[in-house]
Write a protein that binds this ligand. Structure first.
Ligand code: PLP
Length: 392
């Protein structure tokens, strides 16, 4: 018997990857599978970004970089945040990461330990809970409800704070619901946090550029009164269709920068150099590709929500952002997992059960619309037939 550490048993996972594996296995058997399970844009990284990475390699950028990221990239991130949110960010507080995930990993490691309580959105990105439990801290869910457009209620969050609360995780626009937190709720939360000066906040804003119907992202960076305890998670994965590059950025309070950089040094040293040059090209180059992609998602969102609402037993609110629809499927009489499995095995449509994102996800299924309008139409038609078959 190997003496494995106990906390490994508490580490969760992303079941979306299991659905993907099953969908791939069915495809390999010759089944026609439409993938609405995947959480990544179906677009390619814009060519000028790819070229910048190739150029960096040709120019000899093959070595380690500073652990917090190369300076021109951190300066470009600060300028981008200023452009998008009209906020001043010191490039010294920006830390470049290999993707968005390491920011949450390190933030939770920093604030999680037995006895501590960390709040996280439920339904929410499954790694929050997984990592909180890994550290031995108590994971306290923030229930996101359909009637609130899947935003948190600031009053409910504030009411859950105890002297043990070390960190509150928020995510807007959200995965898996697509819900965007309204400015009024953010303001209320920030105001209430004045009474809890020892509680840190991690705002996961990885979908910050994916908002629809003219809605504008409200970044937690806009509130100077919480800057000394605010961690921002954002990055290139979704905005620039760069999930496989592994590039993200984070903004930390001045006092935590040295600590997170130490975690970087202990873990991955730095992000590979050419990818960091690609990141500069993404932020400083033309943004047309981002606008084209968001426009496409906006159109698909309308299509999928309209079609989902026509399915028997299914209702779907308009998601505010990201590229997910999160319909209520309780009227089908099936659990989220039962419907997920039936849709995959019988209709050849991959989706992810809401329960993969927490207990409050029961009664919902996540549909990613990172797929063509034609495929979305075909998928929903197949599900319509399946639901009728199941009734008879
Ligand atoms: N945060 C949320 C809410 C996400 O949905 C994801 C990816 O799906 C991430 C973070 C991780 O992003 P990355 O692929 O850049 O690590």
């Amino acid at each position: 018997m190997l003496h494995l550490a106990d906390n490994l048993n508490r580490l969760g996972t992303e079941t979306a990857f299991e659905v993907l594996a099953r969908a791939a296995a069915l495809s390999a058997q010759g089944k026609d599978i439409i993938n609405l399970g995947i959480g990544q844009p179906d677009f390619k990284t814009p060519q000028h970004i790819v070229e910048a990475a190739i150029k960096a390699l040709r120019d000899g950028h093959h070595g380690y970089t500073p652990s917090n990221g190369i300076e021109p990239l951190r300066v470009a991130v600060a300028a981008d945040l200023h452009r998008r949110h009209a906020v001043e960010v010191d490039p010294g507080n920006v830390v470049i990461m290999p993707g968005g995930k390491p920011t949450m990993f390190f933030a939770i490691l920093m604030f999680g330990q037995p006895g501590a309580e960390i709040m996280y959105p439920d339904p929410g990105f499954p790694i929050y809970r997984s990592m909180i439990q890994y550290t031995g801290a108590t994971a306290v869910p923030i229930a996101l409800k359909e009637q609130n457009g899947f935003s948190f209620s600031a009053d409910e969050v504030l009411a859950q704070i105890t002297p043990r609360t070390s960190l509150i995780i928020v995510n807007t626009p959200g995965n898996p619901t697509g819900g965007a937190v309204p400015e009024s709720e953010i303001k209320k939360l920030v105001a209430g946090l004045a009474r809890h000066p020892n509680v840190a906040i991690m705002a996961d804003e990885i979908y910050s550029q994916m908002l629809y119907d003219g809605a504008e992202h409200v970044s937690f960076l806009r509130y100077p009164e919480i800057r000394d305890r605010l961690i921002i998670l954002d990055g290139w994965s979704k905005t620039y269709a760069m999930t496989g590059w592994r590039l993200g950025f984070s903004v930390w309070p001045k006092d935590l920068v040295e600590k997170v950089v130490r975690l970087n040094v202990n873990c991955h040293s730095c992000v590979n150099a050419p990818t960091q040059f690609a990141g500069i090209a993404a932020l400083e180059g033309p943004q047309d590709a981002v606008h084209t992609m968001v426009k496409a998602f906006d159109e698909r969102q309308r299509v999928i929500v309209g079609l989902l609402n026509q399915l028997p037993g299914v209702t779907c609110v308009n998601p505010g952002g990201a590229f997910y629809a999160f319909p209520n499927i309780t009227g089908t009489g099936l659990s989220a997992k039962e419907l997920q499995n039936a849709m995959l095995e019988k209709a050849g449509v991959a989706t992810v059960a809401g329960t993969s994102f927490g207990i409050h996800g029961e009664g919902y299924v996540r549909f990613s619309y990172a797929n063509s309008v034609d495929n979305i139409r075909k998928a929903i038609e197949r599900i319509g037939t399946l639901l009728l078959d199941l009734k008879t």
